[in-house]
Ligand binder design. Structure first.
Ligand code: NAP
Length: 324
């Protein structure tokens, strides 16, 4: 891939900031960095410029909770008219202690996917991703299961119980955290990251043949601000315990490196979810092969639910049979 233009969402702190800094070191010509407010984006760009002693950072206002903000960001990118080669959809958060819904009725930790979908589809529809573009979206290990204190919803079972087997309606209920969804913040996070993995697989089937998308868990990096609003159990029990176990935590820079590594992957693994080895939150990433992640009906249900909630779909989907 030509190291020309990268766009990193959520670059005001943590892994997005670290990834933008790493991309500068790798010779990217321009790195668009987003923040929820103009001041936040400008501050991130200025800080990164000072840290890297370069002038390659362009600030962009982007609040993924607000469709109007995504539209304005897209309009700005259309005005610039330069295709993005690497789209790093990093922004995200661990859910709040109490349930928080956006103005559009989306649970707060699910909202970044809705905004990221609007952004990605908007760029594709405007022909503003380069022919060999790479898209990386932040996942997390709880999506594959086996992480203590985090449990994802069994979608087929939930759909059968409350939605006459309609998985799209069931995913929409998870995105909106209701009806019939109990708010358990850690489980909501596991669901949000699982829906991201399914969305990536479904998007891969719709991308033009040279492009690729991957869901990538950066792994544990507790020095970021990711758990700032999380429950006390997570902040004061789970994370301190995990930090005592060797190999379960890493620096933000090491975690962000996973995104950069994935940006070099081929189209043959497009749509896959990459995360730490079983039982780990650090170390090398590998493709996750758990059956629930590879369930095509759930992947397509996630895509359709995100399309419905966001109100946005591709105008010209590429062949749906390109990736099985
Ligand atoms: N750190 C870890 O251990 C870990 C592990 C697995 C996965 N992840 C994932 O990695 C990603 C980055 O997390 P991090 O650790 O770097 O956390 P962080 O330090 O809190 O950074 C998150 C970034 O995302 C932005 N953001 C969140 N919600 C947004 C929204 N609705 N609209 C626009 N921007 C939004 C934040 O902006 P504001 O400052 O304005 O809120 C911030 O710039 C997340 O998707 C997270 O789920 C992290």
């Amino acid at each position: 891939m030509e190291h020309s233009i990268a766009l990193v969402t959520g670059a005001t702190s943590g892994l997005g900031h670290a990834a933008a800094r790493l991309l500068a070191g790798e010779g990217w010509h321009e790195i668009i960095v987003t923040g929820r407010s103009p001041a936040g984006a400008q501050q991130a760009a200025a800080q990164l410029a000072a840290e890297t002693k370069t002038k390659i950072f362009t600030p962009l206002e982007l609040d993924l909770n607000a469709p109007a903000s995504v539209q304005s960001a897209l309009a700005e990118l259309v005005k610039q008219g330069r295709p993005v080669d690497f789209l790093l959809l990093n922004a995200g958060l661990v859910p709040f202690k109490q349930r928080v819904l956006t103005a559009a009725g989306v649970e707060a930790s699910q909202a970044p996917l809705i905004g990221h979908h609007q952004l990605t589809v908007g760029l594709l529809n405007a022909n503003l991703l380069s022919p060999n573009a790479r898209i990386v979206i932040a996942g997390a290990e709880p999506a594959r299961g086996g992480v203590p204190f985090f449990k994802y919803t069994d979608l087929p079972e939930f759909a059968a119980k409350y939605h006459q087997g309609n998985r799209t309606a069931a995913v929409e209920a998870l995105i909106r955290n209701g009806p019939n969804v109990k708010y358990v913040p850690n489980n909501t996070y596991a669901d949000a990251k699982l829906i991201i993995a399914w969305w990536s697989a479904a998007l891969a089937r719709r991308l033009p043949s040279g492009m690729a998308v991957y869901a990538v868990s950066p792994g544990g990096a507790t020095a970021t601000k990711v758990v700032r609003s999380a429950s006390p159990v997570l902040k004061y029990l789970f994370i301190p315990i995990v930090n005592l176990i060797p190999g379960m935590n890493q620096t933000p820079e090491t975690a962000a490196r996973r995104y950069i590594q994935a940006s070099e992957f081929g189209t043959d693994v497009s749509g896959q979810f990459f995360a730490s080895a079983k039982g780990k939150f650090s170390g090398p990433i590998e493709v996750q092969r758990q059956p629930h992640l590879r369930d095509r009906a759930s992947q397509e249900a996630a895509w359709q639910a995100v399309v419905k909630v966001s109100g946005v779909d591709l105008s010209r989907p590429a062949s749906l049979s390109a990736v099985s």
